[in-house]
Design a protein around this ligand. Structure first.
Ligand code: ME8
Length: 514
């Protein structure tokens, strides 16, 4: 249905760390979904940004000998540069140090306080600064006094805190989960969240007095909100919570959060409870993916196993990494790491996939078609045939791809799209137009192949925003494919024929494995 709203978010990333391919993974998926929904004609809003408060940032700044604000400014800029480099088409980039965010956080938590869900208590416990989270004695004992995620020693903290009375939300959350079976995806992650809730929820401390780098508590400015309770609210700040109610009401029902499983508890337990406490609806959809692993371990700053987007986009001779280009980078993460389970990053697999799907399948289709059109049709692309056997394939592929994008399964959506490319190549090989004399048969075969290229140049936009525009141009079409609207533009038979087809350089030069 055209004209729906689609609001998609990534986590806001901490500014103690520079962007690596783990951050890029979530962000590229969000970008691909935003591009798909724009093609559907949906009113789309894509939010990403940076999480800039908390002790972790303060300590990173101190280690770098700069102020927390400077640390935030510098690293936030690195994220924006990284996203520009890989063609991330965000509509808004939020920084939690912006005034608009302070205003929304204060309005939101004041509401929760006024509704009676926050109270002051003394607190002590074992804290992980890298997670910005307290752990229970039991969790600490289980991991020898170390953080279950980072493996670093937990620190003992004691302070007066305001508590969010989360324990009162066990039942309301279970009811919400029962009434919204699709809200958390995939099902395994939903079950994990339900498991956490069923264990019984404890009240949580949401403020600190031990630091100043945070949003002040409006009713007690000696305190600042603990970074997570300011961070989650970014999703409503960006659409006007507390500042533009009409806008907030229009966009909030269509939200799709994307996160990795490391922050499932915050998004699937605390965040829905906070929204209920503020009198708002919990998120419409939370999509949780696994970890991108390197050599069997989660990539992270503490493990020093990070890979950076620019190394893969531009290549890095020192690290023996070939240049995959922007679209080669995006395609790999969308196609090769299915959304949900953990995925192991491997350079060899990335090269193999690039050569098979991009250099061979798509690259070959375009270069063959253009070569034969130049040779046999004086460089003028003929129109497709209404009764082409590829018409049914195209219709089926569209249905599969659309269903897969809808189910947040980019890997399946692209697999379906490449089926059409493979079929078109097989069709060419079966009929070998390069061996035939110019005439109606050659025109028909090439027209069909050009029509496939037209459709693929639209369907592959979410993964290959640059290349699809180039394919569109080379087959002689006007404008850019992102102006097309689905499903109408995917219907067979719209390549008009009579257009100049250009045989240019290889779209994706073949790469050799390191
Ligand atoms: O948690 N595999 O920020 P963060 C897959 N500021 N995804 C990965 C990944 C990996 N190896 N590494 C990072 C925070 N990510 C908070 C979020 S939201 C209100 C606040 C991605 O910088 C993934 O999306 O640690 C993960 O959830 C996120 O980066 C964590 O980013």
């Amino acid at each position: 249905m055209p004209g729906q709203r689609f609001y998609v978010t990534t986590p806001i990333y901490y500014v103690n760390d520079i962007p690596h391919i783990g951050h890029a993974y979530t962000t590229v998926i969000a970008d691909a979904l935003a591009r798909w929904h724009r093609l559907l004609g949906d009113d789309t809003w894509f939010l990403t940004g940076t999480d800039e408060h908390g002790l972790k940032i303060q300590r990173a700044a101190a280690a770098n000998g700069i102020s927390a604000q400077e640390q935030a400014d510098r690293t936030s800029a690195r994220f924006r540069e990284a996203w520009d480099r890989i063609d991330i088409s965000y509509d808004d980039f939020i920084r939690t140090t912006e005034d608009r965010h302070t205003a929304s956080v204060q309005a939101f938590l004041q509401k929760v306080y006024d509704n009676g869900h926050i109270e002051k208590r003394r607190y002590s416990g074992l804290y992980c600064v890298a997670c910005e989270a307290y752990y229970s004695e039991a969790e600490a004992d289980e991991h020898g006094g170390n953080c279950p995620i980072h493996g670093t020693p937990l620190e003992f903290f004691e302070e007066d805190n305001y508590f969010f009375k989360l324990s009162a939300f066990t039942e309301p959350l279970l009811e919400w989960y029962a009434a919204n079976p699709d809200a958390v995806q995939p099902e395994g992650k939903r079950n994990e969240a339900l498991g956490l809730i069923r264990q019984g929820l404890e009240d949580v401390s949401i403020t600190r007095t031990s630091l100043t780098w945070g949003v002040p508590v409006p009713w007690d400015p000696e305190h600042v909100f603990y970074v997570w309770y300011d961070a989650l609210i970014n999703y409503v700040t960006a659409i006007g919570y507390g500042t533009d109610d009409e806008r907030f009401r229009a966009w909030w029902p269509s939200v799709h959060h994307l996160i990795a499983k490391d922050i499932l508890r915050f998004h699937c337990v605390y965040w829905p409870a906070m929204l209920l406490a503020a009198g708002e609806a919990p998120p419409n959809r939370i999509n949780v993916h696994g970890y991108l692993m390197v050599g069997g371990e989660k990539m992270s700053k503490t493990r020093l196993n990070q890979i950076f987007p620019s190394d893969l986009v531009h290549g890095n001779a020192e690290k023996e990494i070939p240049a995959f280009g922007v679209d080669g980078f995006r395609y790999h993460f969308l196609r090769d790491t299915p959304f949900g389970p953990d995925g192991d990053f491997s350079l060899e697999a990335m090269v193999t996939r690039y050569n098979a799907d991009l250099a061979n399948n798509l690259g070959n289709l375009l270069s063959r078609v253009a070569t034969v059109v130049v040779k046999k049709c004086d460089g003028v692309g003929p129109a497709p045939r209404a009764d082409s056997p590829l018409a049914a394939v195209a219709a089926e592929v569209y249905r599969e791809a659309a269903a897969a994008w809808d189910a947040i399964a980019p890997s399946r959506a692209l697999e379906a799209t490449w089926k059409l490319i493979r079929e078109a190549n097989a069709h060419l090989e079966a009929h070998e137009p390069w061996k035939l004399d110019p005439g109606a048969e050659v025109d028909g075969i090439l027209g069909d192949a050009l029509e496939v290229l037209r459709i693929v140049a639209i369907l592959a936009i979410p993964a290959l925003p640059e290349t699809t525009a180039e394919v569109w141009r080379r087959i002689g079409l006007e404008g850019v494919p992102s102006e097309q609207r689905l499903p109408a533009a995917a219907r067979w038979g719209q390549y008009p024929g009579g257009l100049a087809v250009e045989k240019g350089a290889a779209l994706f030069p073949r790469l050799t494995a390191p």
